[in-house]
Design a binder for this molecule. Structure first.
Ligand code: FDA
Length: 392
């Protein structure tokens, strides 16, 4: 039987951060992962440049059934703390937009940083190792992994959510939670493109590939960012953001010209240049293909002077308040994260330990704390992993 102080299941962002911090405190730490390489999601994140944190990190950027839970961890480990690590490793970075920090070079630098820190502090990493039976024993845990029997005092589950199964994502964390009677908030795909039914897709076909800056409202919130029409429905940052709040059966409302009262604009154009076509005037504020489709679908023929106000109002509504009901989302296949997860009401907010199961910890995406798009999810992974690392 091998003995460790701490076993971390999952060599992702949260697991590696936790392992480093625990090892710094002199704990003997083993990290297990069934994948061929550690930090695979870090490697592909941010389009290969890793959006590793967000300067505007605050609790309101996170969804959870227990919204206050994340406050403590986010206060104790801040974006500046991770930036200090990045700077120490000499990794160049830049702010892209909205507080989002990206590496100038490849995201693999961040993986290397974490692997180097683990090695420097004596963490043992075993890849391509599946974890079998886990039992409570002797005030800690016993488990089998890769055919070996292992005993540890603290067990940290950092196996992430279900997003992108092709990359090795599993529901393992939720199974461990169930095994120890820890409640789980129903997991669901988040930061995910939304899909339309076939009839609507057919009507919107000419728009595939068109991007437009929008305000999208749904699930009781709104986001001002870009939206993209796709062959399946809608994507782009605005849609990914709202998808985390959207529930099946709900409508979303899209303003494709935020800040512009399109009806007033069309009325003024009708009075001042009545010979202009509706599509032409809309095209001054919208991508041409979109303007054309809205004009066509309004049924307005001829120029503005010949178009009744009723139709102008209809066109304006299609721009300022397009109401649409997605049939679903692209699901875990493309979702950037999994919302829901281990119910935080069962965890201690300072250490991430299951209060009813001493020694058992959950960190990172497997926990019911989900960030907006823009580096927030990594900040949660670093912060929750760091907190557990101080306690295990
Ligand atoms: P993570 O999923 O990173 O790690 C879990 C680890 O557990 C994996 O190594 C996995 O192999 C292992 N594992 C799973 N099941 C196991 C089992 N049964 N046995 C053993 N090991 C197991 N966020 C952000 O802030 N900025 C960004 O730029 C991006 N970009 C981005 C792009 C794409 C394409 C995706 C899919 C996601 C992002 N994200 C992101 C989200 C971010 O990647 C994610 O929230 C974190 O990686 C979560 O970190 P964790 O360590 O919790 O899980």
């Amino acid at each position: 039987m091998e003995q460790f102080d701490v076993v971390v299941a999952g060599a992702g962002a949260a697991g590696m951060m936790c392992a480093i911090e625990a090892a710094k405190r002199g704990r003997r730490v083993l990290v297990l992962d069934h994948a061929k390489a550690a930090g695979e999601k870090i490697r592909i994140s941010g389009g290969g440049r890793c959006n590793f944190t967000n300067l505007r990190t605050e609790p309101k950027a996170f969804l959870s059934a227990n919204p206050k839970f994340c406050i403590s961890a986010l206060r104790r480990y801040r974006p500046a703390d991770f930036i200090a690590l990045i700077d120490k490793a000499g990794i160049a970075w830049h702010e892209k937009t909205l507080g989002q920090l990206f590496c100038d070079g490849p995201a693999t630098q961040v993986v290397k940083l974490l692997l180097d820190e683990m090695a420097r502090h004596g963490v043992i990493l075993r890849l391509e190792t599946s974890i079998g039976e886990i039992q409570q024993a002797g005030g800690g845990f016993r488990l089998t992994a890769g055919g070996r029997a292992i005993a540890c005092q603290s067990l940290v589950i950092a196996t992430g959510g279900k997003s992108i199964p092709k990359m090795g994502a599993t529901g393992f964390g939720y199974e461990v939670a169930a095994r120890f009677g820890v409640p789980v908030v129903e997991p669901r795909p988040a930061l995910v493109p939304l899909t339309f039914e076939i009839g609507l897709l057919e009507r919107l076909k000419p728009l595939a590939g068109v991007a437009v800056d929008v305000r999208v409202m749904g699930g009781g919130t709104s986001f001002d960012e870009a939206m993209l029409f796709t062959h399946r429905g809608l994507s782009g940052p605005a849609i990914l953001q709202v998808s985390s709040y959207w529930r099946p059966g709900e409508e979303i409302v899209v303003d494709m010209a935020p800040g512009i009262d399109v009806f007033s604009l069309l009325k003024a154009a009708k009075a001042e240049r009545g010979r202009a076509a509706l599509a032409t005037v809309l095209g001054e504020h919208l991508p041409r293909r979109l303007a054309q489709l809205i004009a066509e679908q309004t049924g307005a023929q001829g120029n503005l002077a010949d178009t009744p106000d009723r139709l102008l109002r209809q066109a304006a509504e299609a721009v300022n308040a397009w109401r649409v009901k997605p049939v679903g989302s692209e699901g875990y296949r493309t979702a950037e994260v999994t919302a829901g997860g281990v119910d935080t009401r069962a965890l201690d907010q300072r250490s991430m330990m299951v209060t009813a199961v001493p020694g058992l910890y959950f960190v990172g995406e497997v926990v019911d704390v989900t960030g907006w798009l823009g580096g927030y999810n990594f900040q949660w992974a670093w912060a929750s992993g760091w907190c557990a690392g101080q306690a295990v």
